[in-house]
Structure formats: C-alpha cells, structure tokens
Write a protein that binds this ligand. Structure first.
Ligand SMILES: Cc1ncc(COP(=O)(O)O)c(C=O)c1O
Length: 385
C-alpha cells in the first residue's frame, strides 16, 4: 500500500505521560507560583484548588477527603497498602502489569498471610463474583497494560465490610467511578488530563478515613504517613502536602482541570474517550491483521486501547522476534512523525497501545490508523520473508 499523506496534527499517543490537552501551551503556565513556598497562603490555595476542582469534575462526594501525595499513582497506592494492609484478609485482582505489582507488594513484600490473588491472563478480567467484599479488596479499574477495564459497578456491593481500594489512574476523567461502592481511589496527574508527572492523588471515603486514623500495622516512612498519633492529618486534605510539590506541576494540573470544566466536565471527557475507542473499533472491523487484546467487548478500555497482532506469520514468531517486529513497526510510524509511543508496555504481550483519553483528538487517531496499516505491511515484508 502507498504511504499515507495525512499525519495526525498531534501525534502523541503515549499511555503516560499522556498527550496535553488540545491548545495547551507552556505560556498557559505563566501564572505558576514559582520560587515561592507551597506553604504560603497563595501556594496552599493553589494546592487546595487542585483538590476542589478534582472533586468537582470527578463528582466525588462532599464527605470524602482528597489529598495530593508524593510519587504519583504508585506513591498513592503504596502508601495506602502499607498503612492499611493486614487488619483483615485481602482479595487482590491481578490481570496485567500494574495490578500484578499490587498483588506482588501484598504477597512478597508486605507478606500478608490471609491474601487471595484473583488472577486472569492479559485480555481478561478475574471473576468478580469470587471476590469476598467483607475482606479488603484491591482492584485496578482500568488495566493500562492490557486495555481491560471493569465494565460497571454492579459486582461491588454498596454495603461491604472491607475497604475497596481502587487504582483508577487510567480510568479517572474517562470512565464513571462508583463512589458509593469504593473507599479509596487513587490517580495521578500524568494520565487522562495530560498533566505533568510526579504527584498522585488519594481520595478517601469516611470509612477509609476512619481506618487510616487507627495505628498502622507497621511503621511507615514519613513520605507514606497520612496519619500521626493524633489520627488522620486533616491538613493534607486542605492542601498541606507531606513534602514539597512542584508548583509548575500544580499549575499544569489546574490547567487540565479548567479545560475539563470548560468542555463540559466528566460527561464530555467520557464522550471524547468513547469516540476515540469508536474510531479504533471501526478500523479494526476493516483490518485483517489486528484485534483488541481485551477478550470481552464490555471490558474494552477507551483509554489504554491495547491491540494484538493476529496475523499467522506474526503469531508464529518467538516472543523476542515479536518484540522486534513491533519495534520495527512503531519505529517506522515514529520516523514519519505520524505517531509516538505506540508499542505495548514492556511486560505485556507484544502488540500496540493507543491512548484514547480525552486529551487526544479523534481526528488524530483517525489520521494515525492508515499509518499503522502501512507500517504493518512494511514489517510483514521485512519479517515474514
Ligand atoms: C493502572 C496503573 N497503576 C499504576 C501506575 C503507575 O503510575 P505512576 O507511574 O503514575 O506512579 C500506572 C502507570 O501507568 C498505571 O497505569
């Protein structure tokens, strides 16, 4: 096939850090509070504004606490696991790389004895009917490395004895999160609103806050401490961060949140992401070499859209050769400036991954897809010869 002529105007399809919002420019951060203390009233106000706007856009209940924490989403999840794990038995869902890391943390590092790992291979979701909700439950709403997401809230009972701890970093701002069925939700700035990396967010239901106020089962480093001897450190949820944040990142997070509000909030963000998935779905219907990694249509992610190459010549390659073929394909596209960061995650099966969150324009995804067909044909010629 001949080389396409139209390139995406923004060829940014990384699953994190994700594309900046349409129209983003560094000059939008001119008002950043640089060279000033984050503990000054103005600094604290900006941090509080991130919290308030995040709560508004995500529709987080008023009685929840939301805080900005160090070390991105990993920091947010791990501070919660270290602070809470062990009070009761835990069920953890493990079905791709990140959810697998949480299972590994609990099993091998925290050495939780009463642990059930409910696992599933890449492309599938563990059987949610097997979860025991009176235990603590650790789940990842959207598996970023497999493109599989929890389809809806129905499996999670509103009344549950344990805490439901949800890593929502690639779901927040793109999918509905059932706040009435979750207790702890985490995400980071670098994902669906295209913010700068470094900081994480943790949202706590009143029940979660009460549990965190209790003495932790193990000593915690300062960087993980949401509570002290007097109980929960309430100031964290008013914008007093545990340690020093980047005020440039704060300004950028605010830029993303203001954009989200301007375009119509969560419904608009979700719709944009769904349109991106629809564009890929339409193309897959016409392509004979590629398909979704997600086995179920209802579990197909609209953010981390993961694809597998189904052509027999590719299937017959060794794992190492598959990796090389995917690199060849994605390098061809990148060299043309038609799309970057399109290879699947390093631990996932070799394939492609297109970020379809709201900051990506559907027209750019539509412009990318012919380049994938073109690069695939070149790769097939080079590898199946
Ligand atoms: C589901 C999930 N959890 C955790 C992480 C780690 O996030 P971070 O690098 O922001 O700490 C990622 C990153 O992509 C992710 O997708």
């Amino acid at each position: 096939m001949s080389k396409p002529t139209v390139r995406p105007s923004r060829p940014f399809f990384s699953s994190g850090p994700c594309a900046k919002r349409p129209g983003w420019s560094l000059s939008g951060l001119d008002q950043a509070l640089l060279g000033r203390s984050h503990r000054a009233p103005e600094g604290r106000a900006r941090l509080k504004e991130v919290i308030t706007r995040s709560k508004d856009v995500l529709g987080i209940p008023l009685d929840w606490r939301v805080g900005i924490v160090p070390a991105s989403d990993t920091g947010a999840v791990e501070m919660v696991l270290w602070a809470l794990a062990g009070e009761r038995g835990i069920d953890v869902l493990s079905f791709e790389s990140f959810s697998g890391t949480w299972a590994q943390d609990l099993r091998d590092v925290l050495k939780i004895e009463d642990l059930r790992v409910l696992d599933a291979p890449y492309g599938e979701l563990p059987d949610l009917t097997k979860v025991e909700w009176d235990r603590d439950v650790v789940l990842t709403w959207n598996g970023t490395t497999s493109g599989v997401c929890i389809p809806d809230a129905s499996a999670i009972p509103t009344e549950h004895g344990g805490l439901v701890i949800c890593d929502a970093t690639s779901a927040a701002f793109a999918m509905d999160l059932p706040w009435d069925r979750l207790d702890i939700v985490t995400w980071s700035w670098q994902k669906a609103l295209g913010g700068e990396a470094a900081h994480g967010m943790v949202a706590l239901s009143p029940r979660a806050a009460a549990r965190l106020a209790q003495p932790s089962p193990r000593p915690l480093p300062k960087i993980f401490r949401l509570a002290n001897k007097k109980g929960l450190i309430e100031a964290i949820f008013e914008g007093d961060t545990i340690n020093t944040p980047s005020m440039l990142c704060v300004e950028d997070a605010l830029d993303g949140l203001r954009w989200a509000e301007q375009i119509g909030g969560l419904p608009a963000l979700k719709a944009r992401s769904q349109q991106n998935l629809a564009a890929v779905t339409k193309w897959i219907g016409t392509a004979d070499w590629v398909s979704f990694l997600s086995v179920g249509e209802e579990t197909r992610s609209s953010t981390s859209i993961c694809l597998k190459i189904t052509a027999p010549w590719f299937e017959s390659l060794s794992a190492a050769e598959k990796g090389k073929a995917v690199k060849h394909l994605t390098d061809l596209v990148a060299k043309e400036g038609a799309g970057y960061d399109l290879a699947s995650y390093r631990d996932a099966p070799a394939g492609l991954r297109i970020w379809g969150g709201a900051t990506v324009e559907t027209a750019d995804i539509e412009a990318l897809l012919p380049w994938l067909d073109w690069a695939y044909e070149q790769t097939r010629a080079d590898f199946s010869a």
